[in-house]
Write a protein that binds this ligand. Structure first.
Ligand code: AMP
Length: 276
């Protein structure tokens, strides 16, 4: 495994490499969800590359950029068995003085996470575009956990004719159903106990739909009543949207993306399922 901190270093390395590259962009503080992406990248390509970069431009001014958990040594130990190249640039390497170019996907970034986190996806698409240009992968791997991000990246790649395939991998969960996330470390033990309610409410929605329920308002009401029983939880949104356009729907018509953001104190958890 080669650890590289500069863009010139990656370019140099790539000049001497043969074979297909599978790439997994991350913000580090890795968990089994990230590792599943890396394993798939390794299985489907000759070379696996991972980036670790807590991208400042995708955090809002009141968000957790400064406190985002970081532990590079632990990350490297986790990556070692599955990874050929790790790219860990400094902020200045990615955004040198005078940096002033942005990549933006319109419309599907206005809803859901984009509505609550203005500018977030502009930061994501810009950094992912830069990382794609630096690493030049054949395939890039993203998690369904961040469903809107995956949809936005797919759209960017398609709209800009990027010469790579975007692969979306399933959400990896804790045994109690909580979607794995670097931010789960922010949860107090009491919050952690309540956090599986996100997935439980999604499973409830799935069961209602399978039983023939079609009215979104009724399903949302059931989910809401489940979640508010957890006194530490505050619902930010529960969305039922067309899985392609991300436009809100009122009557179930698959494929439906059911997604939510729920806050436990200052910690924002997101989760989703797709009803096929
Ligand atoms: P992050 O480090 O949070 O930016 O995540 C890097 C990549 O890992 C993104 O494509 C995420 O969607 C993906 N990811 C994060 N958590 C999970 C999870 N629990 N299961 C699958 N993929 C995940």
């Amino acid at each position: 495994m080669q650890v590289i901190n500069t863009i010139a270093g990656i370019k140099e390395l790539k000049r001497n490499l043969k074979g297909t590259v599978g790439f997994v962009p991350t913000m580090g503080y890795l968990h089994a969800g990230h590792i599943a992406l890396v394993k798939q990248a390794k299985a489907e390509n000759d070379i696996s590359a991972v980036s670790i970069f807590v991208n400042p431009t995708q955090f809002g001014p009141k968000e957790d950029f400064k406190t985002y958990p970081r532990d590079i040594n632990r990350d490297l130990a986790m990556l070692e068995p599955y990874t050929d190249i790790v790219f860990i640039p400094a902020d200045k390497e990615m955004y040198p003085a005078g940096y002033n170019t942005w990549v933006e996907v319109n419309e599907i970034t206005d809803v859901l996470e984009g509505a609550v986190r203005p500018g977030h996806f502009k930061g994501v698409t810009t950094v992912v575009n830069k990382l794609f240009n630096i690493v030049q992968p054949d395939k890039a791997y993203f998690g369904q956990k961040d469903a809107q991000q995956a949809a936005v990246i797919k759209k960017m790649a398609r709209d800009l004719n990027m010469p790579l395939e975007v692969v979306v991998c399933p959400t990896i969960r804790e045994p109690d159903g909580l979607a794995m996330s670097s931010r789960n470390t922010y949860l107090t033990p009491e919050m952690r106990k309540g956090a599986p309610v996100l997935y439980q409410s999604l499973q409830k929605a799935k069961a209602m739909i399978e039983a023939g329920e079609k009215t979104v308002a009724d399903i949302r009401r059931e989910m809401t009543s489940m979640i508010i029983k957890e006194t530490l939880a505050t619902i930010e949104y529960i969305s039922f949207a067309d899985n392609e356009t991300l436009k809100e729907i009122h009557t179930i018509k698959p494929p439906v993306l059911i997604s939510m953001a729920v806050k436990f104190g200052k910690t924002r958890l997101i989760d989703n399922i797709v009803i096929k």
